[in-house]
Design a protein around this ligand. Structure first.
Ligand SMILES: [Zn+2]
Length: 138
């Protein structure tokens, strides 16, 4: 179990990225870039309609960093199924969307229902660095 430290107080055993900014925002940007690379290598179309133009849909909102870069928290969706459809979309009809995920992506749904209440967790700089290291191995 990692010792919790305030952001910026580092554990010297955690890898340091030479020449990179140490800000939290730069760590988030790097994790986003690595996760997006994995995501676009893994998925090739909207999971609902097959549109080859798609965005990354987070089941638990991306504002929650603890789950932001988890494979089971992300699915590909075209803009219509990500945001706009009032019948079936992540943002436009979340209840129908959740039912659809439960039927079609049960592992993702299980991840969603068991983690969606874990919100507002404050993470250390070391946590972000470990996450980046994990993402680099995908
Ligand atoms: Zn779609």
């Amino acid at each position: 179990m990692a010792v919790l430290r305030p952001f910026g107080a580092r554990d010297s055993t955690v890898p340091f990225f030479k020449g990179e900014l140490m800000s939290k925002s730069s760590l988030i940007k790097k994790a986003d870039m690595l996760f997006a690379t994995w995501f676009h290598n893994h998925y090739h179309e909207c999971c609902i309609c097959g549109d080859p133009e798609f965005e990354l849909m987070h089941l638990i909102p991306r504002t929650e960093h603890l789950t932001r870069w988890e494979k089971l928290n992300a699915l590909p969706g075209c803009a219509y199924h990500h945001k706009y459809s009032k019948l079936l979309s992540c943002h436009g009809s979340p209840e129908a969307f959740e039912d659809w995920i439960a039927d079609n992506y049960p592992e993702h749904h299980y991840y969603f229902i068991t983690n969606r209440h874990i919100i507002g967790v404050s993470l250390t700089e070391d946590w972000y660095r470990q996450k980046i290291k994990e993402l680099q191995l995908w």
